[in-house]
Design a protein around this ligand. Structure first.
Ligand code: PLP
Length: 398
């Protein structure tokens, strides 16, 4: 058996690789430079252009670009009318922003447990969390794997809830042939550098509803209204006149970031094809190893993996997740854990949430590890990752 690097053996590679990273090329750089030479550099024509491109790509009717994915979620929650006294049902196996958007609006996040096979919010658990105060559901396509849109749509319709999708991981994912972005009432994307396509920082809210869309565009810029047809204070003095109608925010994005995203979207098919290729290579090897369980995808869905997650099965592997993580690091393959259950954080405990709330989520969390997945990984990088994982998993096999 090969000696593990953590025990003094030779690492599988000399140069460290990380779990995710962007892919920027010369076209991207030229697009940004071109945008910087124009008169308008904040939200302008390139934002409008990329909003249209996002609609074309996903099948949604409208898109609003904004500062980041967190701002997108906040805008969606505001447009949904989430406010003090309301409850918003979400998952705990996510980045904190999925729940924080409820808190930003003065509402309370309610954590529904996950399905232990898909790691996504369990529709039956959503149903159990509904009270007369429930206003919206924020469902996350965890790691890019499609949520059960049909079941969640049905629950939201029966209870009059707004269906918000946190698709920060899931641009390109499809369910029943429909693109994520065109299915929920509002869908939020993030264009952070580790996500499938990037604008540096950036986000978007997609919707098919023109009223939500108008509200999202207004809330993005302080809640200020310019259009004559929407002004409430009657005839105005001149073209400079505008009205603040809501308490919105400055969640604008620059036009040079939008230029970067447009350029990235031209290569999204290539990015996704490479992600899928790598996922297939990983599945081929890890799918048959008893040491691991893999995330399941729902039938009828076509998921673009943002993360590749191994779940250690303690019955067949004797090391802890922390030991596995450290052993991978020593082999120069830097993994990550997605995510610490949101309500475990001190801030949430201060609000009265307690450990033990979502047992399936906690069980999955304690055994999962995300291994590198991004399109720039070479075949030799992928072989190194597989080598490191199998080396460690065989060493600790039981
Ligand atoms: C990245 C991410 C966000 C937030 O996006 P930012 O652009 O970083 O603000 C929200 N939810 C999930 C699930 C994410 O992964």
């Amino acid at each position: 058996m090969e000696q593990l690097a953590i025990h003094g053996g030779k690492p599988v590679r000399d140069k460290k690789i990380f779990y995710g990273r962007q892919w920027i090329n010369e076209d991207d750089i030229a697009a940004v430079a071109d945008a910087l030479r124009s008169d308008l550099i904040t939200t302008g024509p390139r934002a409008v252009k990329v909003e249209k491109e996002l609609c074309e790509y996903t099948g949604a009717s409208y898109a609003t670009m904004c500062a980041n994915g967190t701002a997108a979620l906040h805008l969606a929650a505001m447009a949904a009318g989430v406010g003090p006294g309301d409850e918003v049902i979400t998952t705990a196996l996510t980045f904190a922003a999925s729940a924080n958007c409820a808190l930003y609006c003065g509402a309370r996040p309610v954590f529904a447990d996950i399905d232990p096979e898909t790691y996504n919010i369990d529709p039956e658990m959503i149903e159990k969390c509904i009270t007369p105060r429930t206003k919206a559901v924020v469902a996350v396509d965890f790691a890019g794997c499609s949520i059960d849109h049909r079941a969640i749509r049905d629950i939201c319709d029966r209870h009059g809830l707004v269906f918000i999708e946190d698709a920060a991981h899931a641009i390109g994912t499809k369910d029943g042939g429909k693109g994520v972005g065109s299915i929920a009432d509002m869908t939020c994307f993030s264009f952070h550098p580790v996500k499938t396509v990037t604008s540096g920082e950036g986000g978007a809210v997609l919707t098919n509803d023109s009223r939500y869309h108008h509200l999202l565009q207004t809330l993005r810029t302080h809640g200020i209204e310019h259009d004559d047809e929407y002004l409430v204070d009657g005839p105005h003095e001149g073209p400079w006149y505008y009205e603040q109608q809501y308490l919105g925010y400055n969640y604008r994005i620059t036009d040079f970031q939008c230029a970067l995203l447009s350029s990235q979207l031209r290569r999204i098919d290539q990015f996704i094809a490479r992600r899928k290729e790598i996922v297939e290579k990983y599945n081929e090897v890890f799918g048959s190893m008893p040491q691991f369980k893999l995330q399941k995808e729902l039938p009828g869905t076509d998921s673009v993996h943002h993360l590749y997650i191994l779940q250690l099965d303690p019955e067949h592997i004797s090391c802890s997740r922390a030991e596995f993580f450290a052993a991978m690091s020593a082999e120069n393959v830097q993994c990550q854990i997605h995510y610490v259950p949101v309500y475990w954080f001190p801030y949430y405990r201060g609000l009265g949430y307690e450990k033990g709330l979502c047992p399936e989520c906690e069980k999955v969390y304690s055994n999962i590890i995300s291994i590198p997945l991004y399109p720039l990984l070479t075949d030799s990088d992928v072989r190194d990752v597989i080598h490191a994982v199998t080396k460690i998993a065989e060493y600790y096999r039981r």
